[in-house]
Design a protein around this ligand. Structure first.
Ligand code: AMP
Ligand code: GLY
Length: 446
């Protein structure tokens, strides 16, 4: 069967690669895909910008058209923006089964206020918070509560909408900035939240909730192995925040007790809420968690897989990803057995020099294939495209986060060594990466 993957990042390369490994999948249409899916077996990039019949359509419209034209069996949506814009609604309406929540479910990520209301209503363990639309009231609340305190813009703000304020001054400035237009209308409403102390992890999960499955008791949520992103630019969790400098899966510092508490206090209450709210949620959900001394607390929901967590989690799967997608869509996730490889996966990310500030593009990437295959590593492309001018297959950088080098090992140390050995075989001008992904002291904590 033919399937479609929407998106152009490292997460989407990984999803496409996993789908292509299924014996049932003949072709993966990547819209628009990137320089990784360009050269991936069974994958074909279709860029709406290259087609005069599609170039003036919105992304949602273009993906729907392509899915129909190509007669795909189903679509998997990578990023949150098109989900919030109703891409799953559009595709289901056009008769294309889709992995990804409809717009109502996607609002759990698109509005922090809505997600907090949801968490509080259904007893999901999370930080205490209050929501404000009035600046004077928000400032008065911050004055009363004092620092540390966390100020969050309600809307999607491309990672720029959260300020963890250590001092009262910083907190007051964050309210002024976020409500003053720094993140546009995303900051018209603020969620002001209790500061949680602990270490962060990410848990991705598959969700299959429809009115029908809610009624027949088959509504289901199944968590993947826990993972961790490393968001700061520099070793030791120092420097500016980025889109993610590397991921590991699973986590030896997360106990079975913590995961049991996560299941009871966060995962199951979330499922209860999705059912009670009559969501049509067939897709993935990402829990950003703080492991505090009082147990795990939900920091946020994302309505998609994490990036770069996906690059470490999906290679650990010992089952057919296309089968999982179908179980999510047809309401049989409750019968689906998720088997996992033993060992660990480590996936450091290489970025363009200068990132997350300005950085050059168009740098040629070279590979020492012998080195990379000796390590058994897989390179997932995030920000690179095919060099159309080159006579031989060549990728050039096109983004800040360029690629992740993901490797497996029976032990964490083995996986770590292989990932970094392979990364030494990848070169582009200005390339930079953290040397401590997954090591003690590398995780974000406070
Ligand atoms: P969010 O987009 O809500 O995940 O927030 C971005 C980052 O801010 C998280 O990854 C945490 O590092 C931090 N953060 C968010 N909420 C809190 C909180 N209540 N206490 C401490 N840190 C937080
Ligand atoms: N790795 C964090 C995210 O995908 O939002």
């Amino acid at each position: 069967m033919k399937v479609l993957v929407a998106g152009s990042g490292g997460r989407e390369h990984t999803i496409s690669w996993r789908l292509a490994q299924s014996a049932k999948v003949t072709e993966v249409i990547c819209v628009p895909g990137n320089g990784g899916t360009e050269y991936e077996a069974k994958c074909r990039n279709v860029n709406p910008k290259d087609d005069p019949a599609l170039e003036n359509l919105s992304f949602v419209e273009a993906v729907t058209k392509i899915a129909q034209n190509e007669k795909v069996e189903f679509a998997v949506i990578g990023p949150e923006d098109p989900l919030a814009e109703g891409i799953a609604d559009s595709l289901w309406n056009a008769g294309i089964p889709t992995v990804g929540p409809k717009a109502k479910g996607a609002a759990l990520e698109a509005s922090k206020d809505l997600s907090k209301v949801f968490m509080q209503k259904y007893g999901v363990a999370c930080a205490d918070s209050q929501t404000f639309t009035d600046k004077a009231e928000a400032l008065a609340y911050v004055q009363k509560k004092g620092a540390p305190i966390v100020i969050k813009a309600d809307g999607l703000a491309a990672g720029k909408g959260v300020v963890v304020a250590k001092t009262l001054e910083e907190a007051l400035k964050a309210v002024e900035d976020l409500m003053g237009g720094q993140v546009g209308s995303a900051g018209d409403k603020l969620v002001i939240e209790e500061y949680l102390q602990g270490v962060e992890i990410s848990v991705l999960a598959a969700v299959s909730v429809t009115e029908e499955s809610a009624a027949n008791g088959k509504a289901c949520i199944k968590a993947f192995l826990p993972a961790r992103d490393h968001k700061r630019l520099m070793d030791g969790a120092q420097g500016p925040n980025t889109g993610g400098m590397g991921a590991v899966c699973p986590l030896s510092d997360v106990t079975a007790e913590t995961m049991a508490a996560f299941d009871k206090d966060i995962l199951q209450p979330t499922l209860k809420g999705l059912v009670a709210e009559k969501m049509d949620y067939r897709g993935f959900i990402f829990f950003g968690l703080m492991i505090t001394k009082n147990g795990p607390k939900a920091l946020e929901y994302n309505v998609r897989l994490g990036d770069p967590e996906t690059q470490a989690v999906l290679p650990m799967m010992d089952f057919d990803f296309a089968d999982l997608c179908q179980a999510i869509m047809n309401g049989t996730l409750n019968e689906f057995e998720m088997k996992w490889k033993s060992g660990f996966q480590v996936a450091p990310v290489a970025v363009s020099g200068g990132y997350p500030a300005s950085y050059p593009k168009g740098k040629v990437i070279t590979y020492d294939d012998a080195k990379i295959s000796a390590a058994g590593a897989k390179v997932f492309i995030a920000g690179a495209i095919k060099d159309r001018r080159a006579a031989t297959p060549t990728q050039i950088t096109s983004g800040g986060r360029v690629l992740a080098c993901s490797a497996h090992g029976d032990t964490f140390d083995e996986a770590w060594k292989k990932a970094y050995e392979a990364l030494e075989g990848v070169k582009f001008e200005g390339m930079f990466y953290r040397k401590d992904i997954g090591l003690p002291g590398a995780a974000e904590s406070n």
